[in-house]
Ligand binder design. Sequence first.
Ligand code: DGL
Length: 286
Amino acid sequence: MAMGVFDSGVGGLTVHRELTRRFPTADFVYLADQAMAPYGGRGGEEIVDLTRAGCERLVEAGASLIVLACNTASAIALRRLQQTWVPEVRARTGRPVNVLGIIVPTIEAATGLPWTYEAERLREEGEKRESLEITGVFCTAATAMSRVYEIEIDKRRDDLAVFSEPCPGLAGLIELGAPDEELEVVVRDHVDALRRRVGRHPDKAILGCTHYEIVADVFARELPEGTPLIHQPSAVADALERYVTRHPEYDLGAGAGRVFLTTGKAGPQSERVSRFWGAPLTFDPA
Ligand code: DGL
């Protein structure tokens, strides 16, 4: 058995890499749905169907615990899969299978509070806060439209104001291995759009699309110097360590296997991915 990691493309590698550091002996199967990437501009039902198909493929490949290393799939499809697909696949295979997302750990990292915490509203409705900390979330259009970061952070912290900035097209450019100069222009435009909308730069930023973590250095350059970035890979790995300790029923294997599958064009990934990965990386056909 193995841990499955799913994304529309190469973005989930950022989470995968951190997970393999934390669980070095576990077997991993990574699936990139590159035939259908990017997901960010697709409709809700389509994202649910594609994510379900990806999870099915990972179960076939031996995954017991699947991490949706994709904000778009986590925001749009996770709850549906947990409610419908997980019970069905458990009954069909007769073994423990589960699917987890990456938004809960990111919100825990952004708020410094456990997911189960819900703020007691001590303030009167309409009463103003002295100061608000601005959290900017750079993400896909589908994630921004779900408003998941705004809703969930607001439930926990009334001193944080959250603004999601959709960056349509950016994940696609990263997927294609676009050069730095091109990405810089696009990222600068989005950082600027957020600044104009809010009236100032954010105090901290969430890279709320796993593809963007590959170009975290570009975001760091375009945001005001020193803006803290919430890094999803470490937040997700911290949460998963706690989850696995509480749930020893999931067999993650012990052979340190590393399988990389794609629904798209198999073979070596872009130069940008190799640079991020530290070595050439090849995907096999799913
Ligand atoms: N990497 C994904 C995310 O975290 C999906 C990007 C896309 O396919 O548009 O949202």
